[in-house]
Design a binder for this molecule. Structure first.
Ligand code: FES
Ligand code: FES
Length: 154
């Protein structure tokens, strides 16, 4: 099957039961997408699938044939961090960093569909991404700052 990952086309010979998370990490060596719970509870594996956040641990690779997958490795362009990545740095919105790729992809997806969210919108929109370090206040601040800076499509 063929996947378009971060704009590049990849032919992958994955079995029908293989999860997108396995394909990304073990076949394409894109290890920025993290495996934590492996069962749809934490959001560490969040990627964008045709622009919408999806848990890669719950997504079958076979269901992604011909679709666009975006991972943390594809966000920076021409050496410039994505504005959401930069906002996470500027607002110190990480501690161990293990949840961070998923948080950032979830935030990018949120701002693409809702460019001017309220604080409640951000909390609700990011509720599928857990942070064991409890960095939530800074994550919310970073997402709001990225929105104020025009990171969303609108
Ligand atoms: S690793 Fe996919 S939701 Fe936790
Ligand atoms: S920064 Fe450690 S789990 Fe979120």
């Amino acid at each position: 099957m063929r996947l378009i990952v971060n704009g590049a086309s990849h032919e992958v010979a994955a079995p029908d039961h293989e999860r997108l998370l396995t394909t990304l990490r073990d076949r394409l060596h894109l290890t920025g997408t993290k495996l934590v719970c492996g069962r749809g509870e934490c959001g560490a594996c969040t990627v964008l699938l045709d622009g919408a956040p999806a848990y890669a641990c719950l997504t079958l690779t076979a269901a992604c044939h011909g679709r666009e997958v975006s991972t943390i490795e594809g966000l920076a362009q021409d050496g410039e961090l994505h504005p959401v990545q930069q906002a996470f740095i500027d607002h110190d919105a990480l501690q161990c960093g293990f949840c961070t790729p998923g948080q950032i992809l979830a935030a990018v997806g949120l701002l693409d569909r809702q460019p001017h969210p309220s604080e409640d919108d951000v909390r609700r929109g990011m509720s599928g991404n857990l942070c064991r370090c409890g960095t939530y206040p800074k994550i919310v601040r970073a997402v709001l700052a990225a929105a104020e800076g025009g990171a969303g499509n609108g």
